[in-house]
Design a protein around this ligand. Structure first.
Ligand SMILES: [Ca+2]
Length: 484
């Protein structure tokens, strides 16, 4: 060596053997498994150390087998080692990353477990709620079933009562028929007795023929299950017989009318109740009217509550408080109480009907509280010189037509007989009416309490087509209104 230095070559063989198999077996590393490098033999490398020149004092150790390019090989080895170290460092970093990822996964797992526990808790809560709901619904079903049972029981009971009620109705109708027939028989027997035992030679009093005995619609069919409170009839009952005032009519004049305290309109006079209504008076009550040719105003009851209102009431019966067995003058001028029972008067009715074309509505109320109607599409009276002859139009309604047979008849009272019967119908029917011989209706007759009545003659307030001749109505109203 020219430098005077000698070299000692120490060959170091470093063997780096990385057990990659052990790494690839790690479960976490499966994702980063790499293919093994081909020819991954333990690599060798050489290092060259330079030492200062020394005097040779001993044996010289000469290296064998090292050629002149040994320095180049050593650098390659160093580079290879560095590369390997770098690779290992990267692998270490990769492993570190993997470990970090693993840690994150563990955290995620923990979170998921916690979430799962929460979900379990929530599911359990929901299950409990569901269970509670099911139990509650089952209880509701039970209550519903109990309620249905009760309704069924009530319905059964109601049907049973209804059936019982119909039976009673039928019995009542049958009994009414018997009473009617008995009244007729008794009347006939009384007449025969009079004939047999009368010491007088004068002919016996023969009554008019009876109207039909048992009509088809005897008033027993009333609306069922009504909530209406039955009105107290005890007050009227005391007057039942009192309203029959004996064979002679009262000769009194128009009864003093009570001072109206309510439902009274001081306005007017109006032509009729329709005009009052058109003037803005929409409530029923007492009004003053004055027909066109009337000498003095009249008090009337205006019915504004039924069938669009505007009805002038010309006759009213409801409690037997007024005697209707009266003479001609009374029937001509009118009598009674405007807020109770009254007759407007033939002259007033005549004057009303003279000013406009009117129609007539007859309202009947039976003792079961049921109301039926008969309406005639025209109505007026002829003047007194014609005996206030009745002029009626066509019938419509649900009461049956018992008035048309009285059409074109003059008015009869006990003291003025204009009827078609040999005797005086007012005498037998105890009222004043447009009698024929004598008639199918007697709305000014005797007010009997309770409906079916017993009498020698048919003198009750009857409407033959509704109840027959021996059924006296509880209430009657006759009212008129101009034709629309
Ligand atoms: Ca006569």
């Amino acid at each position: 060596m020219e430098t005077g230095l000698w070299s000692i070559l120490i060959c170091l063989s470093l063997s780096f053997s990385i057990n990659t198999e052990a790494l690839t077996k790690h479960p976490i590393l499966t994702r980063i498994r790499r293919a093994p490098e081909a020819g991954a033999e333990p690599k060798k490398c050489s290092y060259t150390f330079l030492v200062p020149e020394q005097k040779i004092t001993g044996p010289i150790c000469a290296a064998r087998g090292y050629s002149t390019d040994k320095d180049r090989v050593t650098r390659l080895d160093v580079a290879a080692v560095r590369d390997l170290l770098s690779k290992q460092r990267r692998e270490m970093e990769t492993l570190k990353l993997v470990v970090d990822v693993d840690g994150n996964l563990v955290n995620e797992m923990k979170l998921l477990r916690k979430e799962s526990r929460n979900m379990n808790s929530r599911v359990t809560q929901l299950y409990m709620q569901l269970l509670h709901e099911i139990i509650r619904k089952r209880d509701n079903s039970l209550e519903l079933a109990q309620l249905e049972t009760r309704i069924l029981n009530a319905t059964t009971e109601s049907l049973r009562l209804s059936s019982r009620y119909r039976e009673l109705e039928a019995k009542y109708a049958a009994l009414s028929a018997i009473v009617n027939n008995q009244s007729v028989i008794i009347g006939a027997l009384e007449e025969r007795c009079m004939q047999v035992y009368s010491r007088k030679q004068e002919p016996p009093l023969m009554g008019p023929p009876m109207v039909q005995v048992v009509p088809e619609n005897i008033p027993v069919n009333v609306p069922r299950f009504t909530n209406e409170i039955q009105r107290d009839n005890t007050r009227a009952f005391g007057r039942e017989r009192g309203s029959r005032s004996g064979p002679s009519p009262t000769s009194g004049t128009l009864e003093a009318q009570e001072t109206p305290h309510r439902n009274f309109s001081a306005e007017g006079p109006f032509r009729d109740c329709l005009q009052a209504q058109e003037a803005g008076h929409s409530t029923s009550g007492m009004y003053v009217i004055k027909p066109d040719e009337a000498e003095r105003p009249l008090q009337v009851w205006c019915e504004q509550g039924i069938d669009n209102g505007g009805w002038t009431v010309i006759q009213s019966r409801r409690d037997g408080s007024v005697n209707f067995f009266r003479n001609w003058d009374n029937y001509k001028s009118g009598f009674g109480n405007i807020d109770g029972e009254y007759w407007l008067g033939l002259e007033g009715i005549y004057l009303l009907g003279k000013q406009l074309d009117y129609k007539l509505l007859v309202e009947l109320e039976d003792w079961m509280g049921k109301k039926v109607y008969a309406q005639y599409n025209s109505f007026h009276l002829e003047p007194e010189s014609e005996g206030y002859r009745l002029r009626l139009g066509a019938y419509q309604g649900n009461a049956g037509d018992s008035l048309t047979s009285h059409n074109a008849k003059q008015f009869t009272t006990l003291d003025r007989d204009k009827d078609a019967f040999s005797g005086n119908c007012a005498h037998f029917h105890k009222g004043g009416w447009w009698y024929n011989a004598c008639g199918q209706t007697n709305l000014n007759g005797v007010w009997y309490n309770g409906g079916v009545y017993r009498s020698k003659f048919q003198d009750g307030i009857f409407w033959a087509d509704y109840g027959g001749g021996f059924y006296s109505m509880k209430g009657v109203r006759m009212m008129i209104r101009p034709i629309d």
